[in-house]
Design a protein around this ligand. Structure first.
Ligand SMILES: Nc1ncnc2c1ncn2[C@@H]1O[C@H](COP(=O)(O)OP(=O)(O)OP(=O)(O)O)[C@@H](O)[C@H]1O
Ligand SMILES: [Mg+2]
Length: 230
């Protein structure tokens, strides 16, 4: 099992579009590469819903006495998520150590096969999950997502500082204009980090009501911009 490159899609702020963007980029990338998504949002997994596979379960196989999950395939993307493995309501009650344990299990018990790209759909925040993922899965790169909103940009600062501390290269940030505002956002706050703006995504009905069969053209561009890294 080899995974060429791992990308974490992240934001400290919740609800800025990480999961939707991860799904959109992965669907495009899977047209050319072998692609997987690890939904690391243990409390609020979403990928199984975006890909409309919430009625499926990963097959369990045994290799060298170890039980492994076979990821579920949808739109050419291999997926594993707590949402496929157990009831989200159960996971919602977990505490810190159980959370880290669950992420470790997802990471180490999934038989991804050989992948070109694994996307990790990160939960919001900067807590335990980030430390566990940094140490157990060691993403090669992170892509940050923010809205142009004041608080989101302040949270973007937190994410930048965290990934710098974790020594994970930040490829840049995506501005997701979910609320369709003409407000540009005060991105001067992050000037000192010299980060690339990868793309701006406007409000889009197909993203709002995510349809895995009809994704946004911008995802093609974002996906092509990371191809040279694989
Ligand atoms: N560009 C967009 N246009 C329209 N709706 C969008 C856009 N981006 C995201 N959304 C909507 O915004 C909401 C939040 O998106 P999403 O769940 O992908 O964010 P998230 O950052 O993964 O959230 P969480 O932090 O809870 O994991 C969803 O309802 C999604 O459909
Ligand atoms: Mg999400």
């Amino acid at each position: 099992m080899t995974i060429k490159k791992i990308f974490a899609i992240a934001s400290a702020k919740g609800g800025v579009g990480k999961s939707s963007i991860t799904a959109g980029i992965a669907i495009e990338a899977a047209k050319k590469y072998k692609v997987g998504i690890l939904d690391a949002d243990i409390y609020g997994p979403n990928q199984h819903l975006l890909f409309e596979i919430d009625n499926k379960k990963p097959q369990i196989i045994k290799r060298n006495e170890k039980k492994l999950f076979k990821p579920v395939e949808a739109k050419g993307v291999l997926l594993n998520s707590m949402g496929l493995i157990l009831d989200a309501e159960k996971a919602a009650l977990w505490r810190g150590p159980m959370l880290s344990g669950a992420i470790k299990q997802l990471i180490h018990s999934t038989d991804w096969g050989d992948l070109d790209i694994l996307f990790v759909d990160m939960p919001p925040g900067t807590g335990d999950a980030y430390l566990t993922i940094a140490s157990e899965i060691k993403p090669d790169y992170s892509i940050l997502v923010t809205t142009p909103n004041k608080l989101a940009i302040h949270d973007l600062l937190k994410s930048i500082e965290l990934f710098n501390k974790l020594d994970i290269e930040i490829l840049g940030y995506i501005v997701n204009n979910i609320s369709n505002t003409s407000f540009e956002g005060n991105f001067n706050l992050i000037d000192k980090f010299n980060l690339k703006k990868i793309a701006t995504i406007d409000f889009n009905n197909d993203i709002y009501n995510f349809n895995p069969n009809k994704t946004h053209n911008l995802f093609i561009d974002i996906s092509s911009s990371i191809e040279s890294l694989v």
